[in-house]
Write a protein that binds this ligand. Structure first.
Ligand SMILES: *Cc1c(COP(=O)(O)O)cnc(C)c1O
Length: 376
């Protein structure tokens, strides 16, 4: 939104402006939704298949299996890889709960390791220390849209004969050394939750893999374990991407790369606006970052957050409590001192507005408020 005045009462600047994005594509999106309704095109069919092919092509030359949400996609990968009770899966301590939740739901044990101070992705050295005979897989998360250390992680996975799974829920279009995230492990999961880099108008998700046998198995799991109707080979579930959601995603996909480029330019603008600002850690502008979120760190977070809110600027904390310290993992017996980097992050991270339509005047206003708050 661009209509706030710079004194007195200010209109909200949201963290992500889904409405502005909608307005930029309104006609196409309205038509796509209308056509689904008009044609009773609701489940499966050509619309879903087309999106699967288009997004697979955007990512590389693997296969895409769409499903109901990102959490399901991770869970189905684990089931397809036969990860079960007695197995261990290594996950980062600082991420959204889905990453570890699915391990527990598979009956396996989530083994948490700390993240790296620059970037917040899983620390390969600590991954290596956590590997033992029970370890079956590593799930890495490209946190905030920045790629994890995929070279080291795939090397470690290969050396130990375990799977590398990429949680790409925050990383549509992220690259690592020129290659799209999602192409480095046995399989990758994507979420199309509305606020993600590529989001639909409800829930959606997908599994992406180069392994045709795995793709086939995931497709079967997502479809009640059927290969053909009424022949249930294994126990599956119902996890589908609606045709309406696929149609919306197909309208948005051709714009994804431009949106990412726009966000990269905004990240550069933030960086120059914050030059010589002490007490503030900015995200490193590593090559390939897709800026799903723009996350700054400061020890004065509470004060800064309050000041931004008072100025009509929306913020959020991703995430306020490291996963191993959540009540649901109390039995695992982890302590704060096991995760120094994640604990520092939970106390210092602050996500500030970042979306392709963010106007430079608004960005300058946000930066100005932040600089004032930190020097007050
Ligand atoms: C959003 C997200 C998910 C889950 O996606 P849903 O579609 O909400 O189930 C998984 N992992 C990470 C890191 C996420 O940010």
């Amino acid at each position: 939104m661009t209509t706030h005045s710079y004194s007195g009462h200010k209109t909200e600047i949201p963290l992500i402006d889904l409405h502005a994005q909608y307005l930029s594509l309104k006609e196409e999106i309205d038509t796509a939704i209308f056509n689904c309704v008009q044609n009773s095109d609701f489940i499966g069919g050509e619309t879903v298949r087309k999106f699967e092919q288009d997004f697979a092509r955007f990512l590389g030359n693997g296969e895409l299996v769409s499903c109901a949400n990102g959490t399901d996609s991770l869970e189905m990968i684990l089931q397809a890889l036969d990860i079960e009770k007695g197995d261990e899966v290594i996950v980062p301590a600082m991420t959204w709960i889905s990453t570890s939740e699915v391990v527990v739901r598979a009956g396996a044990t989530a083994v948490f390791v700390d993240v790296e101070p620059d970037g917040g992705c899983i620390d390969p050295e600590k991954v290596e220390q956590a590997i033992n005979k029970k370890t079956k897989a590593i799930i890495c998360v490209h946190l905030y849209g920045r790629a994890a250390r995929l070279d080291l992680l795939s090397q470690i996975a290969e050396q130990h004969g375990i799977y590398l799974i990429e949680d790409c829920a925050q990383a549509h279009g992220t690259t690592f050394k020129g290659k799209k995230a999602g192409n480095f492990g046995i399989a990758a999961s994507f979420s199309f939750y509305p606020g993600k880099n590529l989001g639909c108008y409800g829930d959606g998700g997908a599994v992406y893999t180069h392994d045709p046998v795995l793709a086939k198995k995931v497709r079967m799991i997502a479809n009640h374990g059927q290969e053909e109707k009424h022949r249930h080979i294994i126990h599956g579930r119902n996890s589908r991407l609606d045709a309406i959601q696929a149609a919306i995603l197909s309208v948005k996909l051709p714009h994804l790369q431009n949106w990412i480029e726009a966000k990269r330019a905004l990240a550069k603008a933030y960086k120059s606006a914050f030059q010589n600002t002490y007490k503030l850690q900015l995200p490193e502008d590593t090559e390939g970052h897709s800026y799903h979120l723009y996350v700054i760190q400061t020890e004065n977070r509470a004060q800064l957050k309050a000041q931004l809110e008072k100025s009509g600027i929306q913020t959020a904390i991703h995430y306020p409590l490291a996963l191993p310290l959540q009540a649901c993992y109390e039995k695992l017996g982890y302590e704060r001192k096991d995760f120094p980097v994640s604990v520092r992050m939970q106390e210092c991270v602050l996500s500030i507005p970042m979306y392709a339509e963010l106007e430079i005047a608004d960005l300058n206003y946000i930066s100005q408020i932040i600089k004032q708050a930190l020097t007050a």
